[in-house]
Design a protein around this ligand. Structure first.
Ligand code: SAM
Length: 478
């Protein structure tokens, strides 16, 4: 199947990966299912804290569109839920002994147990694949949220490495978009290249690297198995390998990403069939990159490098001591142009600052535009009531207006409901330039340090072929 990361259909299709954008920091990956029967009359449903989204309302929607949450009909699920609740309550009553730490609400306890058993055994977070299934299961654990919250909305966005990075299930620390976009351009990654990556971790960098080496090729190019660029990824943690392998398949990346289960410190970077990846770029996100460097030399018979091009490397380490050890190993091994960079990412928060409302409207709610809107709405209401009060106190002559163009005489005859409707219309049809100047701030809470990036280049080896070519040039020049 063509990967949705490279070949996005015009609208969201059944069976494909999509991302529900709830808030900037809250994105949920889902696989859209047209005909699944999850016990809802609506079929498959994704439940979120902003409401329930039946997949039938998402399939066929344009990417980027706003989708409203629906009130879902729990149907048979509702009955099953009731039965499960009663059963669990009876069990809790029968088994609880005085003094025991019995959770309040037996049904909820059963649901929690169910949720836990659906997760990984070591208590680590669920994989996105499990998470996708889990969003449906949540209806049992949180029936109220699922059924009652029908008033929220979300945006349906296409899967991209960026939206995947923001929504994926973190099994490890991940590389974020500001870092990987800078890294990939410094590695000179382009379609057709081969990139080595270790460790693969949660696969955040993997997806961005896959797009960098493959994007632009036709869908059927993927089956060519690496001919059109590939990412050779290595990871030694077996459960992470399994989870990421499944994601790679689910995301149609099999022909582009080769994931090998390997300890690269001791075993290097050859592929499972002992062939060399012949890479031109390497990205090491490992605790001790210098231990892996001894395998990335020109001289080694097991070199993973392409002998016909220079190699670009980047290592990603949080501590300066790791940087020092890495740089020392690079110098020893003949890497040149060694350089350290730190990406200091700052998010700029742009919003409209209304003169007069600044203090009351923004204090304590600066993170949430919806709350700011609500505050402005409330202030407008108070303003309107004050106007009304003053209008009643000060009789005006016929035809005179109170400043906003409306005749006071006319206003006096309006009922409360009519007046509220009028205020609402005024708010809806407001002129933005009257709402104040655009102002921006940097978000103080944004973390600036992720890791130190060390870049270097390994030139091509000077070999007999080069010597002969030079001699030939000299001879022909006389
Ligand atoms: N770059 C990844 C991402 O964007 O999702 C995150 C990588 S995570 C910080 C580091 C990974 O390196 C871990 O998953 C760890 O298991 C793996 N790792 C550590 N030592 C390794 C080794 N010797 N060989 C292979 N993988 C290793």
């Amino acid at each position: 199947m063509p990967s949705p990361f490279f070949h996005t259909p015009a609208v969201a299709e059944a069976g494909s990966l999509a991302v529900l954008h709830l808030r900037r920091e809250n994105l949920v990956p889902i696989i859209l299912r047209a005909s699944a029967n999850d016990g809802y009359a609506e079929g498959a449903v994704t439940n979120t804290r902003f409401g329930s989204f039946p997949h039938t309302t998402l399939i066929g929607s344009q990417w980027g569109c706003q989708v409203r949450a629906s009130k879902v009909d729990t149907g048979t699920r509702g009955r099953k839920l009731k039965e499960a609740k009663l059963e669990a309550a009876a069990r809790a009553e029968g088994s609880a002994t005085p003094g025991e730490d019995t959770p309040v609400g037996g049904a909820e306890d059963a649901a929690t147990k169910k949720r836990k058993s659906a997760g990984s055994h070591d208590g680590s977070p669920l994989s996105p694949t499990k998470k996708v299934k889990q969003t449906v299961t949540n209806a049992i654990a949180e029936p109220k949220a699922a059924v009652e919250a029908g008033s929220g909305f979300a945006h349906l966005v296409q899967p991209t490495p960026e939206s995947w990075t923001s929504s994926l299930d973190h099994r490890t620390q991940v590389v974020y978009t500001p870092d990987y976009s800078y890294v990939l351009q410094r590695l000179r990654a382009k379609p057709g290249d081969t990139i080595i990556e270790a460790g693969a971790g949660s696969g955040s960098f993997t997806h961005a690297a896959a797009r960098a080496v493959f994007n632009g090729y036709p869908p059927d190019a993927q089956v060519a198995g690496g001919k059109y660029g590939r990412v050779c990824s290595f990871e030694y943690h077996a459960p992470r390998v399994e989870t990421l392998k499944q994601e790679i398949t689910d995301h149609g990346l099999d022909g582009v990403v080769t994931l090998t289960h390997r300890d690269v410190y001791s075993q290097g970077f050859l592929l499972a069939d002992d062939s060399s990846p012949r890479a031109s770029a390497i990205f090491l996100d490992l605790p001790a990159p210098w231990k892996a460097l001894e395998h990335i030399t020109r001289e080694s018979p097991t070199t993973p490098l392409d002998p016909d091009t220079i190699a670009h490397i980047c290592t990603f380490s949080p501590c300066i001591e790791q940087v020092q050890a890495t740089m020392a190993a690079m110098r020893k091994a003949g890497w040149i142009e060694i350089q350290m960079v730190e990406v200091m990412n700052k998010r700029i928060d742009v919003r409209r600052e209304r003169v007069g409302l600044k203090e009351e409207g923004l204090r304590g709610v600066n993170a949430n535009p919806a709350t700011v809107e609500e505050s402005i709405g409330r202030l407008r209401e108070i303003e309107a009531k004050l106007n009304e009060f003053h209008a009643k106190k000060t009789p005006v002559k016929a035809g005179e207006t109170n400043g906003d163009g409306a005749s006071d005489a006319a206003k006096k005859t309006l009922s409360k409901a009519e007046r509220l409707l009028q205020i609402k219309q005024e708010v809806d049809g407001r002129k933005l330039y009257k709402e104040g100047n655009l102002a921006h701030r940097t978000e103080s809470e944004v973390k600036t340090h992720t890791s130190y990036l060390v870049f270097a280049i390994l030139p091509m080896q000077w070999v007999e072929k080069d010597e002969l070519a030079l001699l030939a040039d000299e001879v022909s020049a006389g």
